[in-house]
Ligand binder design. Structure first.
Ligand code: SAM
Ligand code: SF4
Ligand code: F3S
Length: 444
């Protein structure tokens, strides 16, 4: 086999889409005989799976390339590949080649399946290779059997995005939305369950619009109903939900299906109608608030999380106050908060009223302070409850303890045997912090 005796390391940036792509590349490489290693310094092949959603994400990749250049001087046989979203941007390949001429392979998001062959090409030809296909790219099925990595798995249901939110680069680098056929998704999940998986997270930039492009129309609610029927599966999660496409039918379906977890990640982005319109989000703050009320009415105790952007072009202090007001009204369990980062080629990058970095920073600080208070209060209200936790393994911050997540997606740390990893246990919550809860296994 081509990879016999060779090693690789993949460094992943960005969202779950990239995590899933990285897993797929690892499966392809292992099927070709390559062995994974933890330490980059020991790898014969290093792949950076990149993100370009904000400037900071790109800077991290250039920083990393600088670090691994020295491995190349020590080992001229080392193959360095840059894959992922960054490579898909117009002109990016040239930019990367200029800044890091020692990169051997540039691999677009639609070319992942060709990875083993392209590495061989690099090795044989001893020259850099660029494989970046624009547009949509095919929905590739029947790749080598995917390996389960523990009890949890990401399963992609749609690729790309049709929404063109004015700040966002994703539709440009991932192409238009393409849904996988339900039978392919179900087959993959059944195979994962056979390998011991009990929780799947269905992935798409907008899972709610799943199936619109398929010949036999299937809605996301239909898909959830089918996945719910897979024997042996215990939990179903899904990201990301677009508020505009969250129908009442879907709310009712989710409340009915026992395996679908009580958590929705529902990015709102901003609280001012004027900014929401400039962002091209397709809903008003009133519609968003109504959806939240509807979700909470149908699914009591549901965990709600969101994404928020501060400092969108033209955002006034009044607009920002409306974001703070919405956050206070909804009381999210948690929020990912970002400063607007202009992305070349998007509409928002060219809008008037770009705000200085200090204004963005100061707004971000105020927003985070408010959300942190809310997160803590929401967690404190749960102390004393007994909740079901899927054990993920030793905690990263305190390896003597275990960590896991509730159905509502709360992180819980508690003492216990590492052998419980991958199992569902009942935990009594004893202490609340902003980002997590502490507890102890409940035998009751
Ligand atoms: N499709 C998902 C959605 O609609 O929310 C996720 C998109 S993106 C991978 C994750 C988050 O990054 C977005 O929800 C948004 O808050 C943020 N984001 C995207 N583009 C951004 C930009 N140019 N500047 C700052 N934040 C951005
Ligand atoms: Fe980007 Fe909007 Fe698509 Fe999410 S829905 S990926 S924010 S364009
Ligand atoms: Fe995800 Fe970043 Fe690409 S957020 S889709 S990895 S640009």
């Amino acid at each position: 086999m081509a990879g016999q005796g060779k090693t690789f390391k993949i460094v992943t940036y960005g969202c779950q889409m990239n995590q899933r792509d990285s897993e797929m590349m690892a499966d392809l490489l292992q099927a070709a005989g390559y062995e994974p290693v933890d330490d980059e310094a020991e790898a014969g092949l290093i792949i950076l799976d990149t993100c370009c959603v904000r400037e900071k994400a790109e800077n991290k990749v250039y920083g990393k390339l600088g670090q691994i250049e020295k491995f190349k001087s020590a080992n001229p046989d080392l193959v360095i590949a840059v894959a992922g979203c960054m490579v898909q941007q117009p002109g990016a390949a040239e930019r990367i080649r200029q800044q890091a001429p020692y990169v051997d392979l540039l691999l677009g998001t639609h070319n992942l399946a060709e990875l083993p062959r392209l590495i061989e090409e690099v090795r044989k030809m001893r020259r850099p290779v660029v494989a970046v296909q624009g547009g949509e790219g095919p929905v590739v099925e029947n790749l080598p059997r995917r390996r389960a990595r523990g009890a949890q798995a990401f399963v992609t249901i749609t690729y790309g995005c049709n929404n063109f939110c004015t700040y966002c680069i994703v539709p440009y680098v991932r192409g238009r939305e393409r849904s996988r056929r339900p039978e392919d998704i179900l087959k993959e999940i059944e195979d994962l369950v056979d390998q011991g998986v009990i929780e799947v997270t269905l992935l798409g930039q907008n899972v709610n619009s799943y199936g619109r492009d398929l010949e036999n129309k299937v809605t996301f609610a239909d898909l959830l109903t089918m996945v719910n029927a897979v024997a042996g599966l215990k939990r179903i999660r899904y990201v990301t939900s677009h508020p505009r496409d969250f129908t009442t039918e879907l709310v009712e379906t989710i409340s009915r299906l026992e395996k679908v977890c009580e958590h929705v990640h529902l990015p709102v982005q901003a609280g001012s109608n004027r900014i929401l319109e400039l962002m091209h989000r397709g809903y008003t703050r009133e519609q968003y608030l109504e959806l939240v009320t509807n979700l909470r009415r149908h699914i009591p105790g549901i965990g709600l999380t969101t994404d928020l952007i501060v400092g969108f072009p033209g955002e006034t202090e009044e607009d920002f106050q409306e974001t703070l007001d919405l956050v206070a009204k909804v009381e999210f369990d948690n929020a990912f908060t970002f400063m607007f980062s202009p992305r070349k080629g998007t509409v928002a990058a060219g809008l008037p009223g770009q705000l200085p970095q200090e204004v963005k920073k100061e707004r971000l600080k105020r927003l985070m302070e408010l959300q942190n208070k809310i997160s803590l209060a929401k967690n404190e209200a749960l102390v004393g409850e007994v909740v079901e936790v899927l054990v993920e393994g030793p905690s990263k911050t305190d390896p003597s303890k275990l960590s896991g997540r509730t159905r509502t997606n709360k992180l819980v740390i508690f003492p216990g045997d590492a052998e419980l990893t991958g199992r569902l246990v009942n935990v009594r919550l004893t202490k609340a912090q902003t980002w997590l809860l502490k507890g102890e296994i409940s035998r009751a």
